[in-house]
Write a protein that binds this ligand. Structure first.
Ligand SMILES: [Zn+2]
Length: 416
């Protein structure tokens, strides 16, 4: 998009947002060098402060360097707020950023590097409101500028050097770099050639099979999703992997000093879990309530179990072991604390284990071997009627599959 056209789009959108009484910040992201990015917030009307919409920890106050020393970023009561030290109004503020992977609790890293210098940016980290956020904002305006010869991939479209867009919900992943985009029958991919060959091989062999199976059980995706897979070499002792799904996007990022595959079944479980999220639909984004994450994470694990059991029957002893461990860990945790408390404590591993165990319980007690698929279809329609995601919708969906005694037992587990 040309600059003139993008400005015009923005002005038109701004006029309409003003019509609803909203002031919207212009968020300008820019790649300065491979090791330095910049974000600038501009407001058409002067503001007292800028508040970030999503703050998971205090990492912004440590990592974001304010370009002008007259400003300060304060981390207060779980919020990040930018003001001028002299409390004067302002209409622009900039930060310098290091574009490397960071672990945010139950949230996606703002940057995930590819080994060739490419990068995947997560827009939601940059969502910010003029003055304070009310919690109802859901329109964010972005401009991204990179080197003129660099490719930007946004919402399945390729751009060169610069792009602007309106963002919403849980944000978007934007790829910047010169990696090739490959078209497959059921998805597009940008795969880091520095990623271990075995990881790439398993991904390209099994991910399409998993998608084909899920398309049969649910329905095919309306749009071919984009798959990003990357490896970032980090020498500071951190290592791990993060996967996630946003509408029409699935991403998998490995980081650490080296890549070592301990167990190929465990890698396939990870792939299956992410493939499963693609078919759960956007309703999984409804809730910002992390205490309910066990509903969709547990279901993605349940589907991972079913996918591996169907596509790779030789995984059965691995699957049984994994299931029993999840049940034991969940039981031990919920005998001490309720699920909501465990979520507050950041015990997300337990939420996965418990969610998976609850779906397994319903499957066993109902004797329905298609439970993972049927349950979710019913759950989605109940969710649409209820128009909110809560434990009651989960229990309402479970009820027809269980006798009264088992239903009560599930209620106790879920709402203990
Ligand atoms: Zn997940």
């Amino acid at each position: 998009m040309t600059r003139l056209f993008s400005d015009l789009v923005f002005l038109l959108a701004l006029i309409s947002s003003h019509a609803y009484g909203q002031n919207v910040l212009i968020t300008e992201l820019a790649k300065v060098t491979d090791k330095e990015w910049r974000v600038t917030y501009k407001s058409l009307t002067p503001v007292n402060s800028i508040t970030f919409a999503i703050t998971r920890d205090d990492s912004r106050s440590k990592r974001w360097l304010i370009s002008d020393s007259q400003f300060e970023l304060i981390h207060l009561s779980g919020r990040d707020i930018v003001t001028r030290k002299d409390n004067q109004l302002f209409s622009e503020v900039s930060f310098t950023l290091t574009p490397s992977y960071i672990h945010l609790p139950k949230y996606y890293s703002p940057f995930a590097r590819f080994s060739d210098g490419g990068i995947l940016v997560h827009s939601a980290r940059f969502f910010a409101c003029p003055n304070l956020c009310t919690g109802f904002e859901n329109a964010w305006y972005f401009e991204l500028t990179v080197n003129p010869d660099e490719r930007i991939v946004l919402n399945g479209q390729q751009h060169q050097g610069q792009v602007c867009w309106w963002d919403k919900n849980d944000g978007t992943k934007i790829y910047v770099g010169n990696n090739a985009i490959t078209e497959h029958p059921s998805f597009y991919s940008v795969i880091d050639q520095g990623l271990d060959e075995k990881l790439q091989g398993l991904l390209l062999k099994f991910f399409p099979k998993m998608m084909a199976h899920l398309s049969q059980k649910f329905s095919p995706l309306a749009t071919k999703p984009m798959l990003f897979a990357s490896f970032e070499r980090i020498d500071d002792g951190r290592k791990g992997r993060q996967g996630g799904v946003l509408p029409n996007q699935v991403f998998m990022h490995w980081y650490g000093k080296e890549q070592r595959i301990k167990n190929r079944y465990e890698v396939l479980w990870f792939y299956a879990h992410e493939a499963a999220h693609l078919y759960q639909g956007e309703h999984k984004q409804f809730s910002g309530d992390q205490s309910l994450a066990w509903i969709h994470e547990g279901h993605a694990d349940m589907l991972a179990y079913e996918l591996l059991a169907t596509l790779l029957p030789e995984t059965s002893s691995y699957l049984n072991k994994r299931r029993i461990q999840a049940q034991q860990r969940c039981q031990a945790a919920i005998s001490m604390d309720p699920l909501a408390t465990l979520a507050e404590q950041g015990r997300y591993d337990v939420l996965y284990d418990c969610g998976f165990s609850f779906y397994w319980f319903i499957k066993q007690k109902s004797g329905n071997d298609q439970l993972a698929y049927v349950f979710w279809s019913n759950f989605v329609s109940n969710l649409q009627s209820a128009n909110k995601l809560d434990i009651d919708v989960f229990l309402l969906t479970a009820k027809p599959f269980l006798n009264e005694r088992d239903y009560l037992a599930l209620t106790e587990k879920v709402a203990n």
